[in-house]
Design a protein around this ligand. Sequence first.
Ligand code: ARG
Length: 469
Amino acid sequence: MSEKLWQGRFSEKTASVVEAFTSSIQVDQRLYAFDIQGSIAHCKTLANASIITETEASDIIQGLEAIKQEIEAGRFQFDDSLEDIHMHIESRLVEIAGPVGRKLHTARSRNDQIALDVRMYLRVATGDIVRKLYRLQHVLVALAKKHIATILPGYTHMQRAQPILLAHHLMAYFEMFARDMARLEGCLQRINVMPLGCAALAGTTYPIDRSYTAELLGFEKISANSVDAVSDRDFVLEFLSCAGICMIHFSRLSEELIIWSTAEFGFIELPDSFATGSSIMPQKKNPDVPELVRGKTGAVIGNLMALLTMMKSLPLSYNRDMQEDKAPLFDTVDTLAACIGIYTDMLPEIKFKEATMLQAASRGFLDATDMADYLVARGLAFREAHHLVGEAVSFALANKKELYQLTLEQLQSFSALIRQDIFSFLETRQMVERRTSAGGTAGKNVRLAIAAAEKQLARKKDYLPDFSN
Ligand code: ARG
């Protein structure tokens, strides 16, 4: 391979073990398109400031475009001795364009260059993830509409608590993913800041117009402080924590689907095309997709921890430690994108077993709160009512009955305020429909929530971030 671009100061060759150890090309070659796009903008900025001539600029740009084609055609040689994607492209540029290629790296350093590349990569990736979440939101809303009348037990402490609409439960996930989208969009504002021209750390002596570079690359802002610009990886940490929280949501949904698909629950059946069998037990149908999503959450959280720990206590400004940010970042982007994608495909295919869900919602005293409410409506204080119903539950348990299966006389032995109308009051659907407080599970509220969600999605349609140009 050709001589290293920084070889001048050195009298000995780099040990090959060190080349292999310090090289990041296997990971950062993924940034090639952004590196080239950034270099083209930098080149124009240099010409704009008359640091190089227009002819030199166009020779360099032609060379860079040729390199892009070589890489995309699989004709480009990657080699550990050239360290990273910046060095590979610059070396090849000198080979293709001749000595003029050596002028490209004026008024910048790899420290601001890598910060630029990662920011360009991440704004595309973040926009892509937001758009994927947007599609998932549509699927959730459609599913909620389909199940606007389906009732299942709502749980607290994994114990049956009160009946709710499946649509309401699904819309809870809509809310979670809506927050994830908003968080990622907030993060995008901090990603979308242009660091190039900060050079190694102190800025540059050349009269470049950094705002011009930013404009060429579609950045809203330029970084305000050169030391910060090359030291800052907050935008990576922030993205990783947004991704971590989003994966937490997927892991919770996964856990629910796994539990719901057990024989013990029997609330759902996963589509055959999204499950696998066992190599030994012929009867098995395993919920692999939700299990793997739940499992992959570990790596995404781990990636956040890895980079928080890597950044912790790093003195300003750039340190080579920071090269380690890329593998965890890429892994997180790929994992999150894959999980959103597979859920978008799988959710509409799940079969919800409505009768089993309703049956579960009518066993286990899910009406106890409502019976207390009934007594409150007839003048008892809630605590008193709570106590009486507790006694009734204990009596019913001892007699292997539900509250609504006790006779009117039995119920009246706990409170004389109870009348015949208690039985319709305790019907599962009545209980759901009475929960009309804002954000509650009554069908009329959930229909409103769905309508609001649809409006929100429609409004958002033309404002989804897209940096893929
Ligand atoms: N490969 C480096 C990284 O990923 C690029 C910057 C290297 N700068 C340097 N002075 N060695 O962070």
